[in-house]
Design a protein around this ligand. Structure first.
Ligand SMILES: *Cc1c(COP(=O)(O)O)cnc(C)c1O
Length: 388
């Protein structure tokens, strides 16, 4: 029997990184010392107080049973308290917060709750690929909002055609941004709120990187501007904040009806997050500044090191104030793919080509500085020897 795939799987865009992966494996087999700057996954371990909280909670048999669908109330309370402390935003933990199995899960399920076949979803390009894939899984149609250098990598809402605005049900935005590392202020969020209220569009702000910031910069929350009963929900992840990518824990917060809509989808698909993991998350959120400055200092040092290397070979970029990515322009005469291949072949460095995040990412490369400082220094050394 030949198993037939559904169209939604059959029609997925080709896996752009497959070719790089194959080449990387080939070179590794030949004994080449590869430095991987491709994956955005923190190398620094989860803080000890969080690990200890998991150990303790795992010993308690009452945590071994099915968790509640919407998440433990104590976790949602910890999330609401953190919002109050960090952003000055008041949330009702019972109705305005839902626990997620990582924010990717929540983002992927959101279109199922709000998008009917043929509805439009506004997605950033370049952007986190889940926004558009989840849209197409729900039968929706993505409309790409270009993130261009001349607009500081913010979408230009004025250029969205009237018929698209009317058909749009959701808009995804993400600041601090992956992959461009761009940040924004409340002024842009206010613009989005006005636009979304006028056209009845639910705003989904992916806030995975609000706690990964440097130079004294403190990224705002969309909900600071949105107010009560607003037009949006915000996705938070403990992954990047506390180096917990493997733990799978996040939450969504904001508009009540939107949170309950997402909750309805989840109730029918998953059974929540292991309670011991939620207990560990409570510990993290309650003591969120513990060790934070030290972790940010490490990223700041790595950013300085890497950017200095780019300066020395004359490559253009904007200095990131947040995220652990550097988004740089490929030298004259190369495409994203060409330069990615060259870096791998001639320097043994794996990076992510910008066009992997959408067509407006063409001409850029994303580098993730989630490797040890010594290895990063080695990567910079190899970069300097590259002939461009
Ligand atoms: C890492 C990342 C996420 C997903 O985080 P999880 O909570 O681990 O699922 C979501 N959005 C962006 C932009 C990310 O980079």
């Amino acid at each position: 029997m030949t198993v037939k795939w559904a169209k939604r799987i059959e029609e997925l865009p080709p896996y752009l990184f497959a070719e790089i992966d194959t080449k990387k494996q080939e070179m590794k087999a030949k004994g080449v010392d590869i430095i991987d700057l491709g994956i955005g996954d923190p190398d620094i371990p989860t803080p000890q107080n969080i690990i200890d909280a998991l150990k303790k909670a795992a010993q308690d048999p009452s945590n071994h049973r099915y968790p509640s669908y919407e998440g433990m109330l104590s976790f949602r309370e910890a999330a609401a308290n953190w919002y109050k402390e960090r952003f000055g935003v008041k949330l009702d933990p019972k109705t305005e917060v839902v626990t997620l199995i990582g924010s990717k899960e929540g983002i992927a399920h959101t279109p199922l709750a709000f998008v009917d076949p043929g509805d439009v979803v506004l997605v950033p390009d370049p952007g986190y690929p889940v926004y558009s894939v989840a849209t197409s899984f729900a039968g929706g149609v993505s409309y790409q909002m270009p993130l261009l250098k001349e607009n500081d990598f913010l979408p230009d809402l004025d250029t969205i055609p009237e018929d698209i605005r009317k058909r749009a049900k959701l808009m995804f935005i993400n600041y601090p941004n992956n992959p461009t590392s761009a940040v924004t202020d409340k002024g842009f969020f206010k613009e989005v709120v006005d636009f979304a209220s006028k056209y009845n569009i639910l705003v989904c702000h992916d806030a995975a990187y609000t706690e990964v910031a440097f130079d004294g910069f403190s990224p705002p929350s969309f909900l600071e501007v949105d107010g009560t009963e607003g037009v949006g929900i915000e996705f938070h992840s403990l992954s990047k904040t506390f180096n917990m990518t493997g733990w799978r824990l996040g939450f969504a917060a904001g508009n009540k009806r939107a949170i309950s809509g997402l909750g309805k989808v989840k109730t029918n698909i998953d059974s929540g997050v292991f309670q011991a993991v939620q207990c560990a998350g409570i510990e993290g959120l309650k003591n969120y500044s513990l060790g934070m400055a030290d972790r940010m200092k490490i990223y700041e040092e790595r950013r300085n090191l890497f950017c200095k290397g780019l300066d020395e070979i004359g490559i253009k970029y904007n200095t990131p104030k947040a995220t652990f990515y550097v988004w740089f322009e490929v030298p004259e005469g190369y495409s994203s793919k060409d330069f990615t291949s060259k870096l791998l072949a001639e320097a043994g460095i794996v990076v992510t080509p910008g066009n992997g995040f959408g067509k407006y990412g063409e001409g850029y490369i994303r580098v993730s500085i989630t490797i040890g400082t010594e290895r990063l220094a080695e990567a910079v050394k190899r970069l300097k020897n590259l002939r461009v």
